[in-house]
Design a protein around this ligand. Structure first.
Ligand code: HEC
Length: 244
């Protein structure tokens, strides 16, 4: 009896513990809703990933071929535009960076990102990519609101431009906010948001490539059950017709 009571207390306290563990990020995160039906978004995200992230981060549990097929990209186009190394279409999405060297350059080896949206969350990735700002106290002169004291500069700086934190001005009450130095990025803020959305959407897909298939299969199974129920009902009526 006593052990059951302890168990119930522990279970009741679980949400609070989980909340405490995840409450480290002291930043107002924007919501993120993935959309796996949006193929153009996933294709654009994959292109951005190959150009700006793969140099450091592998997706070593995913193959090019699977991504190309799921995202509706013909193999020749994938080979010409997305596979920037001499890898084959059936190969895993890896790079040539040695983890030891990376560690000495950045202080930490870049993690594989196949599972990042599951390990953290899609919101985390989406907000992280938008939250770099100038901080002269850091080795590379940048910091990040979502990943404090991050060990690398903003990989999308050219696209986004230079962001600063209002905390630089101690008198500013909206200290948490970031603002953009206009004209420093090649994309407008809306274009950049869309690009980061697509990139996160792609990583959301990579985290569980069969999610889309599972949804489709789920709908097919439900339809099958509805049709089966109709026939069962008719059969049932047929059986009982003559009983009275
Ligand atoms: C120059 C190499 C480099 C590039 C390019 C790069 N990253 Fe990183 N990234 C790193 C390193 C190193 C870390 C680990 C930082 C640390 O632990 O301080 C990291 C960390 C991360 C994290 C946080 C992981 C965690 O466990 O919280 C995410 C998410 C991430 N990168 C996504 C990306 C995406 C998406 C791109 C492409 C736009 C990208 N990175 C481009 C080197 C890079």
């Amino acid at each position: 009896m006593k052990s059951i009571r302890i168990l119930i207390t522990l279970l009741a306290a679980l949400p609070a513990l989980v909340w405490a563990a995840s409450a480290e990020i002291n930043y107002d995160m924007e919501a993120f809703e993935g959309d796996l039906e949006n193929k153009p978004s996933l294709q654009s995200g994959m292109r951005t990933y190959m150009n700006y992230c793969l140099g450091c981060h592998t997706l070593k549990f995913q193959r090019y071929e699977r991504s190309a097929d799921d995202l509706g990209i013909p193999h020749e186009i994938a080979l010409q535009n997305l596979i920037l190394t001499d890898q084959k279409i059936g190969g895993l999405i890896t790079n040539a960076m040695s983890p030891e060297k990376a560690k000495s350059w950045f202080g930490a080896a870049p993690p594989d990102l196949t599972m990042i949206t599951r390990y953290k969350s899609p919101e985390y990735v989406y907000n992280y990519l938008k939250a770099f700002y100038v901080d002269h106290n850091r080795p590379f002169g940048v910091n990040n609101k979502v990943f404090e004291n991050v060990g690398l500069p903003n990989a999308l700086l050219d696209l986004q431009g230079v962001q600063r934190s209002r905390c630089d001005d101690a008198a500013d009450a909206r200290c948490d906010e970031l603002y953009l130095e206009e004209g420093t990025g090649s994309m407008s803020p809306e274009e950049f948001d869309a690009a980061v959305y697509d990139l996160t959407n792609f990583l959301y897909y990579v985290g569980e490539p069969s999610r889309l298939e599972r949804h489709r299969l789920g709908i097919a199974v439900m339809l099958f059950l509805v049709i089966l129920a109709c026939f069962t009902y008719l059969l049932n009526r047929e059986y009982w017709k003559d009983v009275h």
